[in-house]
Every structure is written in C-alpha cells, then in structure tokens.
Design a protein around this ligand. Structure first.
Ligand code: X8Z
Ligand code: ZN
Length: 617
C-alpha cells in the first residue's frame, strides 16, 4: 500500500452523481470564460488555497505521529498511540468540517464555470470529508481510536514458534524453504495466531468505517473506496470477475502442476484435491514463485553476499539510470528500511509501505529489507511509490491531486521495474548473473506465472470478494467460514484442518486491517503493468518482453515520467488511452504467458484437474 496518507483517506469523485456531472460537463459546449467565470474561479481558488494550506499543516503533523506509531510500538506504552489519535482527530476535524463540506458543495454547484483542475480538487475535498465527517463527530472519534488500536495489536503481536519469539521475516524465510510438512504446519499455524486478537477489532472497524462514510451518502465503506476510481461496486466487481475469468485456464494448470509437484516434494501418499495452505511458500498462498529456482536467475544466490542497504541503493541506481533524480538525503535519514536490531525493546510495522509525509519533499519508506529476492522485489515496488511522489511534486500538480492516476497505477510502477530487474539481460548487465549460464526460458516464465498469475484469483477473487461482503454486513461469526469458502473457490486452497471461529484468518492480512477495501488496487496494478511492459518492450525498446534490459534507458524513464508527473490531474482512463493507446485489459498479460500453456499441458498430461473449467463467481 502506498501511504499517500495524508492521503490515507482517499480522494476522488464524490459519487456517481458527480461522475455524471463530470461527463455532462465534458460534453457541454465550452464554458464561457467571461467575467462570471472569473469571479467563480477566483472564489474557488481562494477556498482551495486556504484549505490546502491548513490541511497540509495538519496532515503533516498527523503523518509524523502515524509514522512514530508504525515504527515504534512499545508494549504497554500508549504515548505514540495517544499522540497519533490526537493529531488524526485534529486533521479529521478540519477535513470533515461542516463548513468545508458546505463550501465545496456550494462551489461545485457551478462546476461548469470552474477550471477542471479546481473541480477535481473540490471533488477530492468532498471525498476526503466523507471519510471523517464532523456531522458524526462521535463516530469519527471512536473510529480513530479503533484504527490505532488495531495497528498496535497487529504489529505489536509477538509471533511465537516453539515458545520463542519470531519475526514475520523469519516465518516467511522458513516457509520459503522448509520441506518437512510438520515444520511447515507449525510455521503456518504460528503465522495465523495474530488473527485471534484482531477479529473483534475488525468487526468494530467495519461498523465505524461504514457509519462514517454513510453519513455523506456512500452505501458502505467498500463503495466509498471504489468510488475513488469513478466506479460503482458493481462495475468494480465486474472488472475483477473479468480478470479472474481470463487467467483461470492458466491458473487451473498451475494449480494442478503445484498439487502434483508438491505432493511429490513433501512425500505425500496422495495428491490432494485442493492445495493445503501450509504447503505453499507464502502465508496466504498469494505468491508461489519460490517453488521454482531458475538457473541463471537465482537472485537469492546473487544477493546472499550483499548487505540489505546495497539492495535499496541498487534499486535507486536503477531509477536514476532511467533519468530519475537521486532520492533526497532525508529519505535515507528518516526512512525505516531494515529489520530492528536483535533484542530491540519495541516492534515496528512488519509490512512494507511508502509514505509521502508532507506531500512535498519528505518521502520515506518503512520496510525490513533483507538481501533476498523477496525484498528485492518489494524494494523496487516501494521505490515506485517514492518516485511517483517525487514526480508529481511540482507546482503544476496541486497537493490535493498529488496521487496516482488511480490507486492501481500507484501500485504498478515499482513492479514494472521490479519485474524488469529479474530478467536475464538486466542481471547480466548488473553483474548479478553469469551471461554464459544457460537459462531455461520456460522455467523463468513458469516462475513468474507462479507469482503473477497466481496473484489474480487471490487479489481479484478472495480479497476483493471478502471485503465486499465484510462491508455489506457479513456477521462476525461468519468471517472465518466465508474467508475459507472464497479461498477454496478462487484459489483452490484449503486449510490444514478445519479452522474454528476463534480464528480470524482474514485478519492476518495487513490490508484487511489498515488498508481497508482497496485490495483490488493490486489486481488492477497487475493487469496494467503487463500492458505497460508490453508497450515498453515493443514500442520503446524493440526487445522481447521476456528478456528486456531497461538499464540506462532514459526513453523508458521518459515514458514512465509522462504518466507519473500528471498525478491525478487527469482521469485515469484518459491517462491510459493516451499513454498506451488501449483500455485496461488482461490481453497483454495472457499474451506474455502464452508460451507457458503448451508446457503446462504437457506436464499435466494424465493428471487430474480438480478446479472447475470456469471459476465460480
Ligand atoms: O502490500 C503490498 C505492498 C505495499 S506498498 C508491499 N503488496 C501487496 C501484498 O503484499 O499483499 C504488494 C503486492 C501485493
Ligand atoms: Zn504498494
């Protein structure tokens, strides 16, 4: 997640009504720019200037307190929590104030007379207000306290294995490698314990999140977050269904392949119909790429003798080679990039994020980087957010519009570079592999599919459907049952044994708690990033998309910059059609993985497929 969180409450077209008005405005004859408009525009500008000035101040204070809360969690010490709550409350009191809501609405009554950039900003003011309207001060206050408490429980949790504290990095490293199924079961079960302390908090948050946004006319919190795309829930679900449907034939082959391969690897007497969750290298089964190691492309081996800092510096160098600026000195001074030292008396948020603290120069990342392939990918991902922030921080983009074209775009940029940085020609150029080693292209493609194709039924399927249901009123006692029913139908994964209602396995996923109702962002991101990679390979580099080298290519940097620099000043569909000449579509992703189909069919010949031919949607 990117925490453009000044930002955290996400902005956009306030409602479908607004969207219709925007469209109507776009079709209307040009507004007369006589004196009437000048007056209205001057009035709107005066409001926006004054709003922005106060908001930036309050937001920066809140952001700093939130940063403290996430980077220093001390058991039994609520100093950071209290400070964060107070700063967030002050921010909410302003952005949700009745005066600001009324003034933005009044100004928007003359939308046609306003400059389109002004109208976009006013829409964002209203979107932001809906997240914490002061028409419901009590609800907003309770919600802030509940959000803070959930973060502390999630990231203050002491994971234990055999009575010893372990970090999530430890669990992930070991889940990536362990071959003993009993060990794997212990690891997986340990990773799910945190859910038991989060279920109640989630139920409370659902009620409070819904309550706050409903008072400004949104159906529920899921609909509110989806409206940031200018879409209805129905449209967003349809888009995600399309993604699942399109990747399904390939996913079904991968699922069968994994069942048989893993049964053999773990010495199981039978091939299970569904994949046991603890067999997979990722806690949620969202990425299976570690199941395959490809000779010549083994980043774990290549990074083993590097320091964690080298990984981040190398990531920066890649962006710089494309023509981007160096990261500001403050990034290095203020970020929290590495795991806490052994024996630290406090904990920190163990999930990676990127923060645009003041919507100006103060950019930071919160990570726990280790020199391995997982963190290599994550580092590139986070730097993508940081370079997005840096690119749209310019006078032409008002602070209220310093955001991605949509949230999915924000998630995509770093992965475009991250994936490019795992291809052979790049690794050879960077001295991370030996160019003389033969690399099996199909194995490379298989490995990537186990990351990227496998991610779609999880993101567009499980997460998106569960959160839709959650905010539409799913009863807390049904959380776990509903979760596993989606995990089974979309991912073809089952728990090692029946999970009782005492667990909240959905709650173990960070985003469910602190990046609510937005996970389809990553599905959107995965789809458009293949569209962008195809465009870069074919139209800019004239290289095979499977074996590119972006290093030093300022033309690639210029293409990306063109998208990044405009932030949210333009509608995302326009940004897409202008930069790529097409609409959002999984075609590029499918074309990329097409060569894998024949290989998987051959591997799976004679094996029994247990997923249906079409997904259950
Ligand atoms: O949460 C993230 C980023 C946050 S900026 C690290 N991701 C999703 C996840 O970990 O579940 C990136 C891929 C999907
Ligand atoms: Zn992200």
């Amino acid at each position: 997640m990117s925490r453009f969180s000044i930002a955290r409450s996400l902005i956009a077209t306030a409602s479908i009504v607004t969207v219709i008005l925007v469209l109507a405005a776009a079709c209307a004859p040009p507004a007369d720019d006589g004196a009437g408009n000048d007056v209205q525009q001057a009035e709107a500008q005066a409001f926006l200037d004054s709003y922005t000035e106060t908001w930036l101040d309050l937001a920066y204070t809140a952001e700093q307190a939130d940063w403290q809360l996430n980077t220093r969690i001390v058991e039994g010490d609520d100093t950071n929590a209290k400070r964060s709550e107070a700063a967030t409350a002050a921010l909410a009191a302003y952005t949700g104030s009745v005066e600001n809501i009324e003034e933005a609405r009044r100004l928007l009554e003359s939308r046609d007379a306003l400059d389109p950039l002004q109208a976009r900003q006013l829409d964002k003011v209203l979107y932001r207000a809906a997240d914490n309207p002061q028409t419901e001060p009590e609800l907003v206050k309770r919600r802030i306290a509940a959000e803070t408490s959930q973060v502390e429980k999630l990231f203050g949790f002491d994971f234990q294995l055999d009575g010893q504290s372990v970090t999530t990095n430890d669990i992930d490293d070991r889940l990536g490698k362990a071959t003993d199924v009993a060990d794997r079961l212990e690891l997986w079960s340990a990773s799910k314990e945190v859910g038991t302390v989060l279920g109640e908090g989630l139920a409370e948050l659902v009620e409070l999140r819904n309550g706050t946004v409903q008072s400004l006319g949104h159906d529920d919190y899921f609909a509110y977050q989806v409206s940031d795309y200018g879409m209805s829930v129905e449209e967003m679900m349809k888009l995600n269904h399309g993604f699942v449907r399109e990747v399904w034939p390939l996913y079904r082959q991968l699922h069968t392949w994994a069942r048989y391969e893993l049964a053999e690897k773990y010495g199981a007497s039978e091939v299970p119909e569904m994949l046991p969750a603890h067999w997979l290298p990722n806690r949620w089964g969202q990425d299976w790429s570690q199941l395959v190691t490809v000779e010549g492309l083994d980043l774990d081996a290549a990074l083993a003798d590097k320091e964690a800092e080298w990984v981040v510096r190398q990531g920066e160098d890649f962006y710089v080679s494309l023509g981007f600026d160096r990261l500001p000195a403050s990034f290095w001074e203020k970020s929290s990039l590495y795991p806490l030292p052994e024996g630290a008396e406090y904990k920190k948020n163990n999930h990676a994020s990127a923060w645009h603290m003041d919507l100006r120069e103060d950019v930071r990342s919160l990570m726990s980087v280790q020199p391995n392939e997982r963190w290599w990918a994550t580092t590139h991902h986070e730097l993508g957010h940081i370079y997005y922030y840096m690119s749209y921080t310019r006078p032409e983009v008002p602070p209220l519009l310093r955001r991605g074209a949509n949230r999915g775009f924000h998630e995509a940029i770093g992965d475009i570079l991250g994936l490019a940085s795992t291809q052979k020609p790049f690794l050879v150029e960077r001295g991370l592999t030996d160019g003389d080693v033969e690399t099996d292209a199909i194995q490379a493609l298989l490995r990537e599919a186990l990351g990227q194709i496998v991610f779609i039924p999880w993101s567009a399927g499980v997460m998106t459907h569960f959160e839709r249901d959650l905010y539409a009123g799913l009863a807390p006692e049904e959380y776990n049952q509903r979760w596993w029913s989606y995990v089974e139908s979309f991912q073809g994964i089952t728990p090692p044994e029946a999970r009782s209602g005492e667990y909240c396995d959905a709650c173990t996923k960070t985003h469910i708690n602190d990046d609510a109702a937005q996970y389809y962002d990553y599905a959107v991101s995965s789809i458009i990033l293949y569209q962008m990679r195809q465009h870069i390979a074919e139209e800019i580099l004239d290289q095979d998309a499977h074996a590119t080298n972006y290093w030093g290519r300022e033309d690639v940097g210029a293409f990306l910059s063109g998208i990044l620099e405009v932030g949210a000043t333009r509608d995302w569909r326009e940004v897409m059609s202008e930069s790529l000449g097409e609409e959002i579509s999984a075609a590029a992703m499918l074309a990329y993985f097409e060569p894998l189909t024949a290989y998987l069919e051959e591997q799976n010949a004679g094996r029994v497929h247990t997923l249906p031919e079409s997904p259950t949607l």
